[in-house]
Ligand binder design. Structure first.
Ligand code: ATP
Ligand code: HSE
Length: 308
């Protein structure tokens, strides 16, 4: 039996504008890179070998360990593991930093143990990591991180995850301003109730987005990438949000919104060239607000985590 394994686990964009808590997709890059080694005794250790990223090494708080414990408990295993982080998405970035780690550890150990569980069945354990990080076991980051592509959380109870086909030539631009927004905090500011009018608009858009992805209908995707419920509130935490979004649309993006709970913003485009132009325009606009930021342009990740 193998004693160690090194894996990559992808960043993810949750919500995708109109799909709060129910839709997300995975990116080819960036992601977390971890090595998992079986210990000779029970228990867990976390080693941070990243250059400058700070995240909890406390095994009760790190999402990689919390999710792994839930997975091992399910298997009735008392094995212990050492987890070494070689690279890490910045926590609080809005591109699924906590979920990439949660997905990475359960995927890695499931591989080490000879795949006792199907990949989709790992999502429920990674959700426990999200609960530790955000206070809520939302699945819209961990499900795409583990399954790849676009994943719809049709239901939480029972958990019903649907992979949504999408056009091959879809590219994502991410702009990450150097401010931190914790998901836990960004959830507390949301209104608890919504009007029927907003609900009708929102479910029209989420249905339109799913249909647009499945049909490869770019104009429909663009018309549907709208959020009248969450974005108007959370965008107040992102200086320059309206201008940066406008810059993305003016440069050919199909649509743009907040990635997860922010502060990162995402835009979808129908070609690499457009996605790169959109990245330049968004980053330039953020800079006008004197906010340091960096951008990523990525294809959609098809497979989820991979063994390195
Ligand atoms: N392995 C880990 N990686 C990153 N953050 C972690 C990890 N373990 C625990 N955390 C905690 O999770 C929180 C960051 O998660 P949070 O959901 O707020 O941000 P995110 O995952 O980058 O964003 P989003 O979920 O909006 O995409 C921080 O409080 C951090 O301390
Ligand atoms: N659906 C979650 C995603 C966090 O990345 C939220 O918006 O709070």
């Amino acid at each position: 039996m193998k004693e160690r394994i090194r894996v990559f686990s992808p960043a993810t964009v949750a919500n995708v504008a109109c799909g709060f808590d129910v839709l997300g997709f995975a990116l080819e890059s960036p992601g977390d890179e971890i090595e998992v080694r079986r210990r000779n005794e029970p228990g867990f250790t976390v080693i941070n070998k990243t250059a400058d990223t700070v995240f909890p090494s406390d095994v009760n708080k790190n999402t990689a360990v919390v999710s792994l414990k839930a997975y091992l408990e399910h298997l009735g295993s008392e094995d212990g593991f050492e987890i070494t982080f070689h690279s890490k998405i910045k926590p609080g970035s809005g591109i699924g930093s906590s979920s990439a780690s949660a997905a990475a550890s359960v995927f890695a150990v499931n591989e080490l143990l000879g795949r006792p569980l199907a990949q989709t069945d790992l999502v429920q354990f990674a959700m426990q990591g999200e609960k530790a990080a955000a206070g809520v076991a939302h699945a819209d980051n961990v499900a795409p991180a583990i399954m790849g592509g676009f994943v719809l959380v049709r239901s939480y109870d029972p958990l019903d995850l649907i992979q949504i086909p999408y056009p091959e030539e879809l590219y994502c631009t991410i702009i990450h301003p150097q401010i931190e927004v914790k998901t836990e905090d960004a959830r507390k500011i949301l209104r608890k109730g919504i009007t029927l009018k907003d609900a009708v608009t929102q479910w029209g858009n989420i249905a339109g987005l799913i249909a647009g992805l499945m049909k490869g209908d770019y104009p429909l995707i663009g018309r549907s990438l709208k959020d009248v419920i969450i974005e108007p509130i959370r965008s107040m935490l992102i200086p320059g949000f309206d201008e940066v979004k406008e810059a993305a649309l003016a440069n050919g993006a199909l649509g743009a919104s907040i990635s997860g709970s922010g502060p990162s913003m995402f835009a979808l485009s129908s070609s690499l060239e457009t996605a790169q132009r959109v990245a330049q325009a968004m980053t330039k606009t953020f800079s006008q607000f004197e906010i340091e930021n960096h951008s990523y342009v990525s294809k959609i990740n098809k497979q989820g985590p991979k063994v390195l």
